[in-house]
Design a protein around this ligand. Structure first.
Ligand SMILES: Cc1cc2nc3c(=O)[nH]c(=O)nc-3n(C[C@H](O)[C@H](O)[C@H](O)COP(=O)(O)OP(=O)(O)OC[C@H]3O[C@@H](n4cnc5c(N)ncnc54)[C@H](O)[C@@H]3O)c2cc1C
Ligand code: FES
Ligand code: FES
Length: 503
């Protein structure tokens, strides 16, 4: 390894520099806060990223050395990933006034929660406060703050079982009445300087009781490490890997973290393509993908929660090879290709050829996913995707379907599909595609293609849906796509999609 190595995790907790050496690399931030740091304001509910009780905020420098704040789930975030960042917990919000009186002032978010009676059972409250705090600092809110759909989205990853959302939403709507800046804004210059000082460009390299953790900062270093440790677990956002540790109690002997590799966060545009680095989070890519394919943007809005989207990556969704990953069907339908890298060598393959069998992929030892190349939408292409799940927010798909259609007059020039939840891998429905290609775009042809789906898939029954349900839904989604795109029914968006209009 040519680059220098750092052997100490350095981050700010609030304003204080923390330096950790002897740490279990897969200790979660939640465990660290509660068991080591004595910060018990952050709660554990589910330990799997679902309930938001453990929400904390990470502040980081963006490419232009501005602070960006994002809420994440401390229960599935590993401590070494804090390296170079500021960790803000609910304890940091209350401001101790430096006026000699030793009095404390509440943060505008906390004040709004009190005034609106938003603090209820107390268990979920710190998580809600931290999500509101991240919203308070999110530029996208604009001066007026968030609108109601924006608030709903931002709080979808925080469960309140007593159904007291009304008062919390009200707190979100009014928090700016109690102040539009806070102590974090006032200290931003010092924080930026401190965080800048933590970024030394070195690979973080830890060893603890024989277990290893690496966080390279360049793609070349990453490639070297993956070659040197072909059995290592590659860690991106950890929204899948975190659960292997907290729920399956797996011991990960060697972990290589991609999140600090700036090149892997890049999104590069050419005239015809958008190339997404494998470590770019959903939050980082949502706007650009929504601009290309509005339905894809909408699908990302329904993927997990803000906390999950702030950590999780499309790269992780692909490499995890889950048959119910949400991004893969639309990427397949849109004709995405992926770049796989092994050492200095790269190869590019169509995404649909990446998946071999259940959780088996085309990756060879020492190889990793470097980027995803998405063709830009051509004016003639109609692309839609549909997620069918029991809940609208924060739920995994029973079936996910995506269709990309190009018509020449009334004839189908090309038709591509991508399905999740219908087979052991994300998959195209090739019989269905063939049944339509070259045919008239009519209900009769579509019904023939719906029948052809029977030879494409024999879906399984599980807790999310029965085989029959999946088959019926897959066919009906194709019909829905036809109705929406054939012009005679305008916006025939059916059950569960009422909110699709807002982005
Ligand atoms: C509460 C919750 C809700 C969720 N909701 C959804 C949902 O609605 N839809 C959905 O599709 N998923 C959902 N997920 C699953 C998860 O968020 C996604 O699969 C996410 O995209 C994983 O990305 P990650 O960066 O967190 O991956 P990680 O957890 O870091 O990694 C996942 C896998 O990819 C591998 N990997 C990561 N990067 C690379 C790389 N560059 N090269 C090679 N291998 C790599 C890892 O080794 C691992 O096998 C949810 C998860 C949680 C906890
Ligand atoms: S404890 Fe439930 S999301 Fe972390
Ligand atoms: S605030 Fe905890 S259940 Fe409602």
């Amino acid at each position: 390894m040519t680059a220098e190595k750092a052997d100490t995790i350095r981050f700010l907790m609030g304003d204080e520099l923390q330096e950790l050496r002897e740490v279990n690399p897969t200790m979660t931030v939640l465990e660290y806060l509660r068991d080591t740091a004595g910060r018990c304001g952050t709660k554990e509910g589910c330990a799997e990223g679902d309930c938001g009780a453990c929400s904390v905020v990470l502040a980081e420098l963006d490419g232009e050395k501005r602070l960006s704040y994002r809420a994440v789930n401390a229960c599935i975030q590993f401590v070494p990933t804090l390296h170079g960042k500021q960790l803000i917990t609910v304890e940091d919000l209350k401001l101790r006034l430096r006026d000699g009186s030793d009095t404390e002032a509440l943060h505008p978010v906390q004040q709004a929660m009190i005034e609106c009676h938003g603090s209820q059972c107390g268990f979920c409250t710190p998580g809600f406060v931290m999500s509101l705090f991240a919203m308070f600092h999110d530029d996208r809110a604009g001066k007026a703050g968030w609108d109601r759909p924006g608030i709903n989205d931002s709080l979808a990853g925080n469960l309140c079982r007593c159904t007291g959302y009304g008062s919390i939403v009200q707190a979100a709507q009014t928090m700016r009445n109690y102040g539009t800046t806070d102590q974090f804004d006032r200290r931003s210059a010092e924080t930026i300087q401190a965080l800048d000082g933590l970024r030394d460009g070195q690979t973080l390299s830890l060893t603890h009781e024989g277990r290893k953790y690496f966080a390279p900062t360049t793609a070349d270093q990453l490639a070297e490490l993956v070659m040197a440790y072909p059995d290592a677990c590659i860690l991106a956002g950890g929204t899948d890997v975190g659960l292997w540790v907290t729920k399956q109690h797996q011991i990960l002997e060697t972990v290589i973290y991609t999140g600090d590799v700036a090149e892997l966060h890049e999104v590069r545009e050419t005239e015809d393509t958008v190339e997404i680095g494998a470590a770019a989070t959903y939050t980082e890519v949502q706007r650009i993908l929504a601009g290309e394919y509005p339905d894809f943007g909408e699908l990302i809005r329904r993927l997990g929660s803000v906390q999950i989207r702030n950590s999780g990556t499309i790269g992780g969704n692909i490499a995890n090879a889950s048959p119910i990953g949400d991004s893969t069907p639309v990427l397949i339908a849109a004709g995405a290709r992926i770049v796989l890298r092994r050492g200095g060598e790269r190869r590019e393959i169509p995404l649909d050829q990446f998946f071999h069998a259940y959780r088996e992929t085309d990756l060879t030892p020492g190889e990793f996913l470097e980027s995803i190349i998405l063709p830009k939408r051509k004016p003639a292409t109609k692309l839609r995707c549909y997620k069918i799940s029991k809940r609208f927010d924060q739920d995994i798909s029973a079936v996910c379907a995506a269709f990309a259609l190009v018509l020449e007059g009334e004839t189908v020039k090309s038709f591509r599909t991508g399905f999740g939840g219908m087979a052991a891998t994300p998959k195209r429905a090739t019989a269905c595609e063939e049944a339509l290609t070259g045919k008239a775009w009519t209900r009769n042809s579509v019904e023939a293609a719906m029948a052809a789906l029977e030879s494409d898939f024999a879906p399984m029954s599980d807790m999310r849906a029965s085989s029959d349900y999946r088959r019926t839904v897959a066919g009906n989604l194709l019909l829905k796509f036809f109705l929406e795109t054939s012009g005679d029914t305008a916006e025939t968006r059916l059950v569960g999609d009422k909110e699709l209009a807002h982005a």
